[in-house]
Design a protein around this ligand. Structure first.
Ligand code: FES
Length: 129
C-alpha cells in the first residue's frame, strides 16, 4: 500500500514548553486542531530529556468535539470521554471507543519540536492527508 506523506511542521521550541501548559496547533493541516503538552511524567512516544512531551489530535474520537488538557488527561465535555496522554491516547472513560490519535514528535539540534505524523485516524476523516 502507498505510505502516507506527512509534512514536518514546527510546533514550538523546547524553551517555550512548560509542564502542564498545553500549546494549541494545527496538524497535518489548518482544519485539524491538535495539542502539545509536557506532562511532567514519562509517556509512550514522549520526547525531550524527560520523555514527557507529547501531542495529540484535539478532536474527540466519539463525535469530534474538542478535547481539553486538564489534570493530566484529555477530557471531552460533550459526553465526558477521557484519554490518557501517557498511554498513547488510550480511552478509559466515556463513549469514545477509539484512542485519541497521537502525533509523533521530533526535536532538532536547536530544540525546535516538529510534528511529523499522525498515529490513527483523525475524527471525521477518511484519511489524514
Ligand atoms: Fe467526545 Fe462524545 S464527542 S465524548
Amino acid at each position: 500500500a502507498p505510505s502516507l506523506t506527512y509534512p514536518a511542521v514546527k510546533v514550538a521550541n523546547l524553551s517555550q514548553v512548560k509542564t502542564g501548559q498545553p500549546i494549541i496547533f494545527n496538524y497535518p493541516d489548518a482544519s485539524a486542531p491538535a495539542i502539545l503538552v509536557k506532562l511532567g511524567r514519562p509517556a509512550i512516544g514522549g520526547v525531550g530529556k524527560d520523555r514527557d512531551i507529547v501531542a495529540f489530535s484535539a478532536l474527540c474520537t466519539h463525535m469530534g468535539c474538542p478535547v481539553q488538557y486538564e489534570k493530566g488527561r484529555f477530557i471531552c465535555r460533550c459526553h465526558y470521554s477521557m484519554f490518557d496522554p501517557a498511554k498513547a491516547g488510550q480511552t478509559y472513560q466515556g463513549l469514545a471507543s477509539s484512542w485519541l490519535p497521537q502525533i509523533p514528535l521530533r526535536i532538532d539540534g536547536k530544540g525546535d519540536i516538529y510534528a511529523v505524523a499522525v498515529a490513527g485516524l483523525i475524527w471525521g476523516r477518511v484519511k489524514n492527508v
